[in-house]
Design a protein around this ligand. Sequence first.
Ligand SMILES: NC(=O)c1ccc[n+]([C@@H]2O[C@H](COP(=O)([O-])OP(=O)(O)OC[C@H]3O[C@@H](n4cnc5c(N)ncnc54)[C@H](O)[C@@H]3O)[C@@H](O)[C@H]2O)c1
Length: 272
Amino acid sequence: MASFIHQVVFITGAGSGIGRATALAFAEAGARVVVAEINEAAGQDTVSQIQRLGGEALFVSCDVAEPAQINAAIRQTVDRYGRLDIAVNNAGIGGAFGRFTDQSPEDFDRIMAVNVGGVFYGMQAQIRQMLLQQKGTKAEGKEAGANPMESYPVGGRIVNVASIAGVRGMPMGAPYSASKHAVIGLTKTAALEYVKQNIRINAICPAYTHSTMVDDLISAAPAMEDRMRRIVPLGRFGQPGEIAQAILWLCADENTFYTGQALQLDGGMTAG
Ligand SMILES: NC(=O)c1ccc[n+]([C@@H]2O[C@H](COP(=O)([O-])OP(=O)(O)OC[C@H]3O[C@@H](n4cnc5c(N)ncnc54)[C@H](O)[C@@H]3O)[C@@H](O)[C@H]2O)c1
């Protein structure tokens, strides 16, 4: 497993599912993890789990649909740890399961604000901080100056959690599918713009993965479960830990040639 010792990792939506599994995996690999969450109890629970493992973590309250809150969350990260090495823009919502013509404007707007706005404004704040670090401008922070990562090569890594619904249509989930297509567009564009600054930016596209989001979908439409399993060639849903390991691989120091990609983790779903 790659080592992330002393690296500072900021993860949105880390109170549950894929985000929590990713936070735990980074902490186990030695990173200092910032859990940015709208749900304080869930976020604090992830922090406690990391601390019980002997790891280092900070909770910051953040609704990613609010640019000011994302900016504040990145500021809190730098105040505490002095820098930002890795960001995982994972927070997302599924929205209502329904036909295209039945989708409500309120749902559409909220999905876009969280899934697209969260990634767009998140990356703006994260890239600004990463660029600041390249200029050698050190933010003042509790641990700034004592940071063993000061000799770390310039650059940064960002992973945006998209979905298989970002590379193909998703009947009964038009706003969600549109939002995840947008995440991939933002990822590729930002990756190209900051390639020379050695900020590697990728997206990950999981298929159905065990989490609150999928459980909610299945309880809204129980008949879907069998159908969902059947269209995954591996015949099962993914586990959050499997997605987390792929995110760590994307961010590993050794992984120097991979940027601007949308990695599909889908049990073979898009192979045919
Ligand atoms: N589970 C799947 O099958 C699946 C498949 C493909 C992609 N994804 C994507 O993976 C990501 C994580 O989903 P999950 O399945 O782990 O879901 P989840 O519901 O278990 O976790 C999502 C977390 O995000 C938090 N969150 C929601 N809105 C937020 C906001 N505005 N600001 C900050 N935090 C917020 C929630 O409180 C929750 O802790 C999402 O972007 C989702 O679209 C999930």
